[in-house]
Each structure stands twice: as structure tokens, then as C-alpha cells.
Design a protein around this ligand. Structure first.
Ligand SMILES: Nc1ncnc2c1ncn2[C@@H]1O[C@H](COP(=O)(O)OP(=O)(O)OP(=O)(O)O)[C@@H](O)[C@H]1O
Length: 868
């Protein structure tokens, strides 16, 4: 057959032909009956590629509404699927409020309670008794009164015993020896009369409070019981604290010595966790590159951030309302009326406005969501609560540091958590002042004094607190929350502006330009550049930008990327047209993904220029996003969404109607063979199916230029085969495809041109056949030796090959396998087959043989171009 093909090649108009071996991949595809059915099915399905729909809206309000819906769905579904985490988030501040409120509410304490002055207030007290001459006979009564209450008594000389015990065990003395009494007599002189009177010396331990009064009370009751001869009679002594004077109350309130102050502090503490919780989703979306993919799909930056903020803010308001409702249930002063609670809500809303952009900016600095949460909690706790407490202590009048604390306080108001703690505290202080002053004015009114006269009769501190109550809550001065509200509003506004400056590259672009001007980084010279690469470069360099954009869908000129000093991509120049699939091959770390990142706007190029569909990469990335589809190397998907929801989300971003989006999802799932996984959450999908989903996302909206970064990694051979069919179909529709892959087989079948990258450089460039002719000429044949044959017999085979095909080189020799290569491409296939077939018939030891053209894979494996 081969002989005939060669002899009649002119007649058949065959220029050249090649032979390739059946690969294991093909064996795999044809192995199972099920798969063979799928082959047919997929051949039919791939025709659907032709009919992929285009978006309904490409601009205007409908597109904006569609993108808003996509952003909302993404957040809502993620929240629904991680409901346990969100439930904790919702109830956490409520739990904190319950923790502060419940104990005092259950006990019902309001003010300091009266305290009975008896020994029962102390733990296991021991009473010392020194009998002496006991002239009055009170000793027995004293002792009995103590014993009948169950207290322990000890006898002896009080002075000696106390001195000894204090030396031996001072702690026991301090805690348990509270009172004592010695019963003697002493001479008392009145006028000329000298008489001996019974005396009771009462002893007390001066460590515990109230011990003198208790000691006296015990002794007096002993005397009472003796005189009345009634062992059950007693006088009850009670310490009942005076209410605080207005002066003290004002000082205490200002010091923050109140329950309202505790509520303010605990609430701020709870809201540290609440606010930092929001960083987790943002970090995850950043790190898995889903955010980048959403932008590549065409999400407008303001819509992305607006919906993110509105969604977060609504959930935050729900948390606030739940907290306030709980607080309202306890009817605590300062937190019970509608006015109190709405003021609380205003403070929380201002806090939310300031902290959300702060959290969004912080998210840029973290790679792991949990790390972001923990770090931000620590930072907010220190910068908010701790600093508030420290400044409060430093503000105390005795320290005389007002000149330092006032400016520091102003600066710290820029920190949302500090501002929240301070606003809640100040608001409660103002409330307490109002309550106190109203009470005072009422008392004054009862004695006919108006407010001014009333204030004349109080101290400066009280006058200061009560004389300035007009518009008190929202005032700018001390104890008003005007400053806090204004500072929070400004901080929120500035931080949101900063987010937009970051997203639109407004800060980093001029900064990088300045750095480049000061320290320019150019592509490195490459002395041993391949002829084809050099030719393509000079062709691209000699074309103007207009020529480049009119000739190519994608063109790059000297595309270079430095990561600090490391040159990741070095001066790539190439142009790719419609109907072309350009392959980027290279070892790990060659710079393929970095090239993709530059082309899709994930990182900025250090040097060079590029155009996609006529738009400049450096300046018009937003426009470029409308015409490209991107399948990144690692699946940039949100784990909680199902495959269907993911496609619907990206379809809505592109401007499909919701009903069309579901149909499109099904169609793409059919084309890429993951229909049965369409309703699985991404986290439950296998690696290969995730790749298919990523590829499906890239195909949404029928983009003109498609980037596939290792799209088939993790796919099984059959799926790879179908995927290649789909890509070929897409390419033949007039799309421009850029593809990276480690599977050279794949590039051989898919790519119309390819380049092999080494250390950021193109090492060779051209069509597959061109590269094969250039680098992988000739053929390879493999001879399988029969198992029972000895080493000697391979020598017979080797001798036969040497005699008949002297140009063949033995590449590899295994126990039962000999691999030869022939670089001379002039030997006809028929001649080689003839020689090998004759050998198989004459030499008994040859079990089998195979013959095929050298593949790119063999070229790349063996030549130094690919592996350094
Ligand atoms: N953010 C970064 N900072 C510093 N160096 C980086 C960064 N990203 C990539 N690099 C380096 O740039 C080089 C090219 O990386 P790139 O990811 O483009 O390789 P690749 O060809 O895509 O590799 P692979 O086939 O493994 O995906 C590597 O040496 C890598 O370590």
C-alpha cells in the first residue's frame, strides 16, 4: 500500500505523508463501549458550538441591571450555602448583649445594697476572747451569743496571740480574725469619786472593711442580752450607703463608671468580629481569582463594589436590628426609648459606612480568608477598643494630660472601631447627664428655683455638665457624637475613593511609570535567538500600530514582565490572526501564565506593547474584556455555587437574559460533557469537571479572542479528545485562540502555530509541521523482543538493523525493547516497513515492531530547547 502511495504520489497530488503510532489516548477513547457511544454523541454535540448564542444586552441600563443581578445572586447563594457561619455572624452581637444584660437583670441590682454589720458577712470568722477579771459578767453573754450563731471562739491574751499568729500565718489572721473582746475592769474618776467599773475592750482587724462597727455591734448585743436576760434579743446594725452626690455622679459618669459604658464597650467588642467577618468572602474571591474572572467577563467595577457593599450593608443592618431588639427587651436606661435606639442605629450605620471600605482594602493584603479575619480582629481590637481604654485612662483629670489626649483622640476617630466605642460611650454619658440634670432641676423647682438659679447653687463640675445640654447628642464638643459621625462619613468616603483608585490602577500606573523612568527595565538581549523567532520579531517591530491592529486580532511587541528583578517574560513579539490557534508550550515556570496574565489585565507589563482586537492592552483593558474569554490555569470558581449557577452568573454579567442563561448553561454542559454535574456545587466537582466548567465560562458570550491556560489538565483522555474537537470547531468559526499546554499531542492537533518558551523567551516559533520538519525529522521504530529470548538474541536483531538500516541509531535499549531513530527523512516509508517486516519473518526473536514519524513530543523531550 505504501509503495503504491509513493509511486503514484504525483498522480494523487500527494506532496508528503507521515505515519503515526496509535497512542494510548486513542486506545483509551476506543476502549469502552460507553465511550465509543459518547464519541458519536460528541461529534453531534460539537456541531452545537456553531450555534452558541450571543448576549442580549451589550450596554445600557439592562446590562447594568443584569450585572447587578449576577453580583447579588453570587453573594446570596454563597450566604445560603454557608448558613451556619452566617448564623453565628448574625447572633454573635446578640449573645454579647445577653452576656452583659442577663446577670444584672436576673439579680435585679440597681444601686449599692444595704449591708448588715454582722460577722456573717465574713468567711468562717474566728473571735478571740480574753476573759480578764470580767467584773461586769459580760464574758459569758458574749461567748454564748457567738456560739449560738455557730462562730468559732478562741481564748487567751489577745495581744500575744495576735502577734504570734501574724508572724506565723498573716493571711489567715487577715481573713478570719475579724473581731475580739477582752473583759476587764478599770477605775473611772468622776468628781471626787473613784470607782472600779466593768470594761469591755473591743478589738478589730483593720484589714477588712466595716470590722470596727461589727466588733462594736457584737459587744453591744452581748451587753444587751445580759441586761435583758434575753438570748434572742439583739440590735441590728446596717450600713446603708448614701446616694452619690450630683458632683460625684457627674465625675463617675464622665469616668465611664456605669453599666451603659459596659454595654458600649461590649457592643464594640462584638462588632469587631461582626465587621471582620466580611473580609473572608472578599479575600476568597480575590485569591481564587474569581474577581478577576468576573472583571474579564465584563463586570463593571462600580457595579461590583456597589452590589458587594449594598449586600454586605443590608446583612449588617439586620445584625444591628437584632442586637438593638435584644437590647430593647431589657429596657435598660439609655437603651430603651425609640430615640435612644435610633441614635444607637445611627452610630452603627456610620460605623458600617466607614469600616466596610476599610475591610475591602485590607482584603488586598491577605491570601487566606481565615488569616484575614484573625489579623483584622486583632488590629481592630487594638486600634479600637484597647486604644479607647488607654486614652480614657490618660484623659483622667489627675494625670493632667489633656493637651496630649485631645489631639490623639481626634486622630483616633479616623479608626472606625475607636469611633464606634467613643460614640456609644459619649452618647451614654450625655444621656446620663441629661437624666441627672432633669432630676436636679425637678428638685430645684419644688423649692421654687428655676434652672439658672439651680445651677448657681451647684459645683462647677455639675454646672458644666448641666449648663450645656442644648442639642447635646449630636453636638461637636466633648460628649457629643457629631465628631464621630462626621469623621466616619469622611473616612468611608475617602476609603471608597481609594478602592476605585486601586481598581482603576490610578495610583499604581503613574507610580510604576515613575519607577520605570527612574530605573528602566528593558527586555534582555538574546544572542542565540532562533531564526523564526527573530524574523517574527523584526516583522512585528517594523509594523506600525495601525498595521498591527488591522492585520492581527492579537499582537504583542516586546512584551516583557519583571517581577522585581526577576525577568519572567522577555520581549515576546508575535501576531495572531483569526482562524488561528496559537500554542504556548514550555516547562514549568517558563512564563506562559505570566504572558496570559498580562494579556488579560491581571498584571501589568513592565515593557512593550500589545493590542487585542484593536484595543491597547495598556490603556483599554476594559474594552478588551468585552471581546475575550479566559480559562485560567487554576479554576477561578466560587465553591458554593453549582455549575449551573456559575454559568448563569457569568452569562448575566455578559448580558444574557436570565431565561437564556439557563439554556446556555445546559448547552455548554452538553458541549463539554458535564451535564450530569450541572447541579453539583463546585466544591463537589472533580478536578476535570471543574476544568470543563472553566472552559465553559470562557465560551460564554461568543468572544472573539479566547485564552485557555492548560485547559485540559486533569481531564481524562476521552474528554480531552472531545475538548480538542470543540476548540477546533471554535477556531474554525473564525476565532483567535491562544492556548498553553504541557500536552504536546494536544498542540499538534489543535495549534496552527506554536511557540516553545524557555525562561521567558520564545525558543522556536512556527506551524507544527514547520517545527516538525525543522526539529523532528525522520522516524522512530520500536522492536519488541520475545520474552524468552536471551541477551545474545538482541544482538542478532541489532546486527540485522545495522546491516539493513545503517543510518538508524539505537536510542534506548531495554530488556525486551529496542528503540531506534532515523534522522534521514529521505528513506521511503515503504522501504522501512519492508525491511522491518522481512526481519520479523526471518528472525524468530522479534515479537513485534512499530514504526512512526518523529513527534513534537520526542523532539521536545530529547532536544535541549525544551528542558534546559
Ligand atoms: N507574583 C510573582 N512574583 C514573583 N515571581 C513570579 C510571580 N508569578 C510568577 N513568578 C515567576 O515567574 C516565572 C514564570 O511563571 P509562570 O507562572 O508564568 O510560569 P508557567 O510557564 O505558567 O509555569 P507552569 O507551566 O508551571 O504553569 C516563574 O519562575 C515564577 O516563579
Amino acid at each position: 500500500m505504501l509503495k503504491q502511495l509513493e509511486s503514484q504520489s504525483r498522480k494523487l497530488n500527494v506532496h508528503s505523508y507521515g505515519i503515526s503510532l496509535t497512542t494510548l489516548e486513542e486506545v483509551f477513547i476506543r476502549a469502552g463501549a460507553q465511550h465509543s457511544q459518547e464519541v458519536g454523541r460528541h461529534h453531534a454535540l460539537s456541531s452545537e458550538v456553531d450555534n452558541l448564542p450571543k448576549p442580549t444586552y451589550t450596554s445600557g441600563m439592562r446590562l447594568i441591571a443584569s450585572q447587578c443581578l449576577a453580583m447579588y445572586l453570587k453573594r446570596y447563594i454563597s450566604m445560603k450555602r454557608s448558613w451556619v457561619l452566617w448564623l453565628i455572624h448574625f447572633v454573635l452581637p446578640t449573645i454579647f448583649v445577653l452576656l452583659i444584660m442577663l446577670p444584672s437583670w436576673l439579680i435585679g441590682i440597681t444601686d449599692l445594697p444595704p449591708m448588715p454589720l454582722t460577722l456573717s458577712e465574713y468567711e468562717a470568722p474566728i473571735t478571740l476572747i480574753e476573759k480578764g477579771d470580767d467584773m461586769g459578767g459580760n464574758y459569758q453573754s458574749y461567748k454564748r451569743s457567738l456560739l449560738q450563731e455557730g462562730y468559732r471562739v478562741e481564748h487567751g491574751s489577745i495581744v500575744e496571740k495576735m502577734l504570734r499568729l501574724t508572724r506565723v500565718s498573716p493571711n489567715i489572721v487577715r481573713k478570719r480574725y475579724i473581731v475580739g473582746a477582752s473583759f476587764n475592769s478599770s477605775e473611772i474618776s468622776t468628781l471626787d469619786l473613784h470607782r472600779m467599773w466593768p470594761t469591755i475592750n473591743v478589738w478589730f482587724n483593720n484589714d477588712p472593711y466595716h470590722s470596727p462597727a461589727v466588733a462594736l455591734g457584737v459587744a453591744l448585743n452581748a451587753v444587751l442580752q445580759k441586761i435583758t436576760n434575753c438570748s434572742l434579743c439583739s440590735i441590728q446594725f446596717v450600713n446603708h450607703p448614701f446616694p452619690f452626690s450630683e458632683d460625684t455622679q457627674v465625675t463617675n459618669i464622665a469616668k465611664g463608671d456605669s453599666k451603659g459604658e459596659q454595654i458600649a464597650l461590649y457592643t464594640t467588642f462584638a462588632f469587631v468580629f461582626t465587621s471582620c467577618f466580611y473580609i473572608m468572602f472578599i479575600v476568597r474571591e480575590n485569591t481564587c481569582k474569581s474577581k478577576h474572572l468576573q472583571f474579564v467577563a465584563g463586570t463593571k467595577i462600580p457595579i461590583f463594589w456597589l452590589v458587594t457593599f449594598v449586600f454586605d450593608f443590608i446583612t449588617y443592618i439586620l445584625v444591628c436590628l437584632l442586637t438593638l431588639t435584644t437590647l430593647a427587651c431589657f429596657q435598660e436606661d439609655g437603651f430603651k426609648t425609640a430615640e435612644d435606639l435610633s441614635r444607637f442605629l445611627v452610630i452603627l450605620i456610620c460605623f458600617g459606612w466607614a469600616f466596610f471600605p476599610m475591610i475591602y482594602i485590607a482584603a488586598y493584603f491577605f491570601k487566606i480568608p481565615a488569616n484575614g479575619f484573625v489579623w483584622m480582629c486583632a488590629v481592630c481590637f487594638c486600634a479600637g477598643i484597647l486604644s479607647f481604654q488607654i486614652i480614657k485612662i490618660l484623659k483622667m483629670e489627675d494625670l493632667n494630660l489633656k493637651h496630649v489626649t485631645d489631639p490623639v483622640h481626634y486622630v483616633m476617630l479616623l479608626v472606625p472601631h475607636y469611633s464606634l466605642a467613643s460614640a456609644l460611650s459619649e452618647s451614654y454619658i450625655t444621656f446620663s447627664f441629661q437624666k441627672l440634670c432633669e432630676k436636679m432641676f425637678k428638685i430645684c423647682a419644688q423649692v421654687g428655683l428655676d434652672e439658672n438659679d439651680c445651677l448657681k447653687n451647684v459645683s462647677w463640675t455639675v454646672m458644666d455638665a448641666c449648663g450645656n445640654l442644648e442639642g447635646s447628642y449630636y453636638k461637636w464638643e466633648e460628649h457629643g457624637i457629631g465628631r464621630n459621625i462626621l469623621f466616619s462619613c469622611i473616612v468611608g468616603l475617602v476609603l471608597f475613593l481609594l478602592i476605585f483608585l486601586i481598581e482603576y490602577d490610578t495610583i499604581s500606573r503613574p507610580l510604576k511609570l515613575l519607577i520605570f523612568k527612574c530605573k528602566p527595565q528593558y527586555p534582555a538581549e538574546n544572542s542565540d535567538e532562533d531564526f523564526d523567532v527573530a524574523q517574527e520579531r523584526s516583522r512585528i517591530r517594523n509594523m506600525t500600530s495601525d498595521e498591527l491592529t488591522s492585520s492581527y486580532d492579537l499582537a504583542v511587541k516586546d512584551l516583557t514582565k519583571y517581577y522585581k528583578k526577576f525577568l519572567a517574560v522577555n520581549g515576546l513579539s508575535v501576531g495572531v490572526k483569526r482562524y488561528e490557534c496559537f500554542g504556548l508550550l514550555g516547562a514549568n515556570g517558563a512564563g506562559k501564565t505570566t504572558t496570559f496574565k498580562m494579556l488579560t489585565g491581571d498584571v501589568r507589563m513592565t515593557y512593550g506593547e500589545g493590542w487585542i482586537m484593536g484595543y491597547r492592552i495598556r490603556k483599554e483593558m476594559r474594552k478588551i474584556h468585552k471581546v475575550i474569554g479566559y480559562c485560567p490555569q487554576f479554576d477561578a470558581l466560587l465553591d458554593e455555587l453549582t455549575a449551573l449557577e456559575t454559568i448563569v452568573m457569568f452569562s448575566l454579567i455578559k448580558g444574557f437574559r436570565r431565561s437564556d442563561a439557563s439554556c446556555l448553561a445546559e448547552k455548554l454542559a452538553d458541549i463539554l460533557d458535564f451535564r450530569e454535574h450541572l447541579n453539583k456545587q463546585v466544591r463537589q466537582m472533580s478536578g476535570g469537571n471543574k476544568r470543563k466548567l472553566s472552559a465553559a465560562v470562557a465560551l460564554i458570550g461568543d468572544p472573539t479572542v479566547l485564552f485557555f491556560d492548560e485547559p485540559t489538565s486533569g481531564m481524562d483522555p476521552a474528554t480531552k479528545h472531545f475538548f480538542k474537537n470543540v476548540i477546533s470547531k471554535i477556531r474554525d468559526q473564525g476565532k483567535c485562540i491562544i492556548l498553553t499546554s504541557h500536552g504536546l499531542e494536544e498542540c499538534e492537533t489543535l495549534c496552527t502555530r506554536l511557540a516553545i518558551m524557555v525562561d521567558g523567551n520564545f525558543r522556536c516559533l512556527g506551524s507544527v509541521q514547520h517545527l516538525k520538519n525543522k526539529f523532528a525529522r525522520g522516524c522512530t521504530f520500536t522492536i519488541k523482543v520475545k520474552k524468552e529470548s536471551k541477551a545474545v538474541t538482541t544482538q542478532v536483531i541489532e546486527k540485522y538493523v545495522k546491516d539493513k538500516l545503517p543510518m538508524a541509531q539505537l536510542r534506548e535499549k531495554h530488556e525486551d525493547l529496542l528503540i531506534y531513530s532515523i534522522s534521514d527523512s529521505n528513506v521511503p516509508w515503504s522501504a522501512m516497513f519492508g525491511i522491518l517486516e522481512k526481519g520479523r519473518r526471518t528472525i524468530n526473536e522479534i515479537e513485534d515492531y512499530s514504526l512512526g514519524q518523529g513527534s513534537l513530543e520526542q523532539f521536545s523531550t530529547h532536544c535541549r530547547y525544551f528542558y534546559h
